[in-house]
Design a protein around this ligand. Structure first.
Ligand code: ATP
Length: 310
């Protein structure tokens, strides 16, 4: 038995690691829709969302009871409006997105969604499937399936037609690249196929999101640096697809958030500053400091790119 316990422990460890890696990869993706911890309440109603209002009300949350992740988080995204969240790595930004998508339920407080009829309900009182079909997520790191690029976009709405897939790809500015490939839309991507760049993968994710045509959009900005040109064009696409949708942006670059209705600055699971870009700059606090730092970094990056191009 003793001889067996080491390999068994090892297996247990590997299982947990693989599971965690999988959760990281697919966490925002809907592939784990059948998670058991989140269940529909009896009498849950289908969410009819057109431009919903989303409100976090005094939300507390922990993945593990021993370590609280979110503390008393409250904010409202107006119908069709945009709220952006910034803060250090690990401050809880992506957790907000996971709660809205209902990968997990809050410990205290609630997340409320106001539906098309103007009724406001706790997200737990809507049927989970209807909440998830109202939300599209452009994740930090897009997972591409080992399949054709066509299928990878179609995943946004499996019933969509070929023309709709192409329209979404055009709107996400990835169509021209696709048709330039020898196999066009049938090109194999993913680990065993064509390796797309970070920016291209994010465009595939944007095309998927567009195809889903969601009432609520969550954009989890890529942490990996894109060159400043693709960053600007992804930003422009995001601004366009966010029009008329209730949008939550999890931002790593402050240039992404300047136009948000409200910016939340998170630190250790709390909102420590909030307001518009102008107001936060005037506060001369965390945000203003982050802004100055990023402006500096950006100037350096632009100088390096310019030097490389000359
Ligand atoms: P980043 O900017 O790096 O993406 P973030 O602000 O989005 O970070 P979260 O992903 O929300 O941070 O994580 C908040 C905290 O919760 C982190 O300390 C993280 O380690 C922890 N955490 C995240 N997912 C889990 C999980 N599944 N189980 C336990 N702890 C987790």
């Amino acid at each position: 038995l003793l001889q067996l316990s080491a390999p068994l422990n090892m297996l247990g460890m590997m299982y947990r690691e693989v599971k965690q890696a999988f959760t990281n990869l697919e966490r925002l993706f809907g592939l784990l829709d059948e998670r058991q911890d989140v269940q529909d309440r009896a009498g849950a109603v289908a969410l009819q969302a057109s431009t919903p209002r989303v409100a976090f009300e005094h939300v507390d949350f922990s993945y593990d009871a021993r370590r609280q992740i979110l503390r008393d988080v409250s904010f409202t995204i107006a119908p069709g409006g945009t709220v952006a969240v910034v803060g250090h790595s690990g401050s809880g930004k992506s957790t907000l997105a996971r709660l809205l998508y209902r990968f997990y339920d809050v410990d205290d407080g609630r997340i409320a969604i106001t539906d098309a009829a103007g009724d406001t309900r706790d997200v737990r009182d809507y049927a989970q499937a209807s909440v998830r079909s109202a939300i599209a997520i452009v994740p930090q790191d897009t997972v591409l399936f080992n399949d054709s690029i066509y299928y990878n976009i179609l995943y946004g709405r499996p019933g969509a037609s070929g023309a709709e897939v192409e329209q979404a790809a055009r709107a996400a500015h990835i169509h021209d690249l696709i048709v330039s490939l020898p196999d066009g839309y049938e090109s194999q991507v993913g680990e065993r196929g064509l390796k797309l760049s970070g920016g291209e993968k994010q465009r595939v994710a944007i095309a998927r999101a567009l195809l889903k045509n969601p009432a609520i959009l969550i954009f989890d900005e890529a942490t990996s640096a894109l060159d400043s040109r693709s960053e600007r064009s992804i930003q422009a696409e995001l601004d366009r697809i966010a029009i008329g949708r209730t949008t939550l942006v999890i931002a790593h670059r402050l240039s992404t958030v300047m136009d948000a209705d409200e910016i939340l600055v998170m630190d250790s699971g709390r909102i420590v500053e909030r307001g518009t870009h102008a107001r936060l700059l005037a506060l001369s606090g965390h945000y203003a400091q982050m802004w100055q730092l990023q402006q500096q970094e950006q100037r350096e990056a632009v100088a390096i790119e310019a030097a490389a191009e000359s």
